[in-house]
Design a protein around this ligand. Sequence first.
Ligand code: PLP
Length: 396
Amino acid sequence: MTITALMPVYPRCGVRPVRGEGVYLYGEDGEQYLDFAAGIAVNALGHGHPKLVEAIARQAATLMHVSNLYGSPQGEHFAQRLVDSTFADTVFFTNSGAEAVECAIKTARRYHFANGNPQRHTLITFNNAFHGRTLGAISATNQPKMRDGFEPLLPGFAYAPFDDLEAALALIDENTAGFLVEPIQGEGGLRPASMEFLQGLRKACNEHGLLLVLDEVQCGYGRTGKFFAHELYGVTPDIMAVAKGIGGGFPLGACLATEEAAKGMVIGTHGSTYGGNPLSMAAGEAVLDVIQEPGFLEHVEAMGQRLRSTLEQMIPNFDHLFEEVRGHGLMQGLKMKSDSRRFVAHCRDNHGLLLVAAGENVIRILPPLVIDESHITEFATKLSDAARVYVPAADD
Ligand SMILES: *Cc1c(COP(=O)(O)O)cnc(C)c1O
């Protein structure tokens, strides 16, 4: 037997965290890491945030799980807060991002079905998109590394180049349900959509009776300095998938929709055993309490600007390695001239700095939203130390 007990689908590295505190992770032998990956944009409040820890502990002792067959005072309360803070009128809770995307796809299809147009089932999605790993979510991307060997995939998706409005509009036909798009692509290479692109998609939806479905699993929930990234664009979606930061590390996701867009989602059309259980709602409420504290999003924006100017000042010193910075708030990408995965490993193994690689040789910088200036200074020191001694491989 050579297969590992943990199914070997991840290239797991030598970092083996056993404890976290604020912006730091600690390994088995006590080694310390500055965590500017935050579980891939999940640990919005860092590690061990007292309010989140306390809320989970208290709720676990009170009531952990009941079926969705019963009334949910916890779910009603948290959903109402999300409704009050966003474009949405209704929320379905899930346990992950991919499930939030699944619910978004189903809601979009059901909308046209309810309108008597069941043939309008195709969502236009975009090159390099990442929507999760379920069969529905991998069908919604055309990245071969996620799709190969899993065919037949779900029909009902068409693919256009990201940020190319004309190409997206050219795909609209009598089967189109709408667009499914990340306002800022994360995994695909930290690429923000342009204003014209996102606003153009919204306009096309209004003109053709289509739905704008946003995947804000990574870029949402305060990450950009706005509660949701679409606020940066002055555009509202009809349906939106949310996860990652919403639970601060507790597995939680949500599909938000307007009343009109959710008109097909009636009793019996969707469900989840765990989705929205009292424990997850307590985690969600605790995270939202912190994010909605006065000044919190302004803090994210200020830290984002500082992080960005730090990176911009660093690029000329290492212009053999780095090309440009892109992103918003505390979702920044540093584009490299060589393999970003190798550089991320170097930072991790030799400088105690955790980052995340993305497509297009980009380094994703996704710190907890609670960082202060001292963490950015420490990050800058570690990153420039790492860059100073780094030699890209000849074949990078
Ligand atoms: C992480 C991610 C997902 C999938 O979330 P899971 O919780 O891993 O299922 C979907 N969309 C985007 C944009 C993501 O970054």
